[in-house]
Design a protein around this ligand. Structure first.
Ligand SMILES: Cc1ncc(COP(=O)(O)O)c(C=O)c1O
Length: 383
């Protein structure tokens, strides 16, 4: 029987090739051209006032933190409250800026718990970094209000949230900075790319220099918009990074964006099948979703007993799920905070991500549910 994998990105190959062909015909594969088209398309789709296309979600997060730190006059060792239940990029970027990640615990949604966040605020706290795990918004709205009340910057790691809507607003429109990932397995897959959306216009202007080594004029502007004379002279004001995106990735992103709503609708349909077929299954609890939002459904996660053995049992039946995430304080890098987030630790032992991609059919989801049942009755015969 065909194996069913956790992710299998789907590209509209002919459309993507046509969009990439334009870059090749134009003789422009770098930053500019399609990256500008994508930024415009994203602003129109999601309603962010600003958007800058970069080469990864990690770069987007780093730039978000870097610019908020520079602009806010934060000092080294100032604190950023963050989650231990995430991909390490979220926390590495805090250390890149020599700030201190202070871990708060998570709630039932696997996102930062607003009560725990509030308890970790000190005089040195400058920002909160919220991660919408799997597209879930958890207590984002409470944390946004808390940040406003306490004068803290709010960064949304929206790596899983392309196409997550809270009422009529895209998630993150109300944050100081929101970072998206268009990594190869995300809802809007390219090969590697990301997007940073600042609320402030001046930061959006500046980030374009920071992502291009601190150079004050990009090559596209110099060679296309100032084409009469390719102006070679530029100024370098910052020790910037080589983080800008390119037109080939933006071409893939432009095509993906056209289908994002339709694709996420399909993901929500798959999630509904899971909800229906896993209802009342013993020793298995789907991660809840709060009211009042529409998830991108990047992941469908459940809590299970004896998770590691469950994975092996599923693998024997041709099902290959995933695990998001190991609790970050269990890594040597973040070991200083081990034991401070007991709920995250418990969740990391039980969490399982079931296959979630556009190639899944109702029949596939039934097969997965059956495999879960069989594995569970092998492992937990008393159920
Ligand atoms: C929660 C989270 N944050 C950040 C990232 C980093 O994104 P990228 O792989 O595009 O650098 C990822 C993706 O891998 C992620 O899942």
């Amino acid at each position: 029987m065909e194996p069913i994998h956790l992710f299998r990105p789907q590209y509209r190959t002919e459309e993507a090739l046509a969009e990439i062909r334009e870059c090749l015909d134009e003789g422009w594969t770098g930053a500019g051209f399609k990256t500008l088209q994508f930024e415009e398309a994203w602003r129109r789709y999601a309603g962010f006032p600003h958007a800058h296309f970069v080469n990864s979600g990690t770069a987007a997060l780093h730039l978000a933190l870097k610019l908020l730190k520079e602009r806010g006059g934060w000092s080294e060792e100032d604190e950023v409250i963050t989650t231990p239940f995430t991909f390490v990029s979220t926390n590495h970027v805090i250390l890149y800026e020599r700030l201190k990640p202070v871990f708060a615990d998570i709630d039932d949604y696997l996102c930062l718990d607003p009560v725990s966040v509030e308890s970790r605020i000190t005089e040195r706290t400058r920002a909160v970094c919220f991660v919408g795990i799997g597209g879930n918004i958890g207590g984002y709205r409470q944390i946004r209000d808390l940040c406003r009340a306490r004068g803290l910057a709010l960064i949304l790691d929206a790596a899983h949230m392309a196409g997550t809507w809270i009422g009529s607003e895209h998630a993150g429109v109300d944050a100081d900075a929101t970072a998206f990932s268009f990594h190869s397995v995300k809802n809007l897959p390219t090969a590697d790319a990301g997007l940073v959306c600042f609320a402030r216009e001046d930061l959006d202007r500046e980030v374009r220099q920071w992502s291009w080594l601190g150079i004050d004029k990009d090559t596209y502007t110099r060679s296309v918009e100032e084409a009469a004379t390719y102006r070679w002279r530029y100024e370098v004001r910052h020790l910037g990074f080589k983080y800008h995106g390119n037109s080939v990735m933006a071409a893939l992103a432009l095509v993906g964006l056209r289908y994002l709503e339709e694709d996420n609708q399909r993901r929500r349909e798959i999630a509904n099948w899971y909800d229906e077929l896993l209802r009342n299954m013993p020793a298995l609890t789907p991660v809840p979703q709060p009211d009042g939002f529409r998830s991108s459904r990047h992941l469908y996660q459940v809590m299970v007993d004896r998770r590691d053995e469950m994975i092996l049992g599923l693998n024997r039946r041709g099902i290959f799920p995933g695990m998001h995430y190991a609790e970050n304080t269990s890594y040597a890098m973040y070991g200083y905070a081990e034991g401070t987030c007991p709920r995250a630790q418990q969740a990391a032992d039980r969490i399982l991500s079931l296959p979630m991609h556009l190639g899944l059919t109702r029949c596939g989801v039934e097969r997965i549910a059956q495999a879960l049942k069989e594995t569970m009755s092998e492992l937990l015969p008393h159920y």
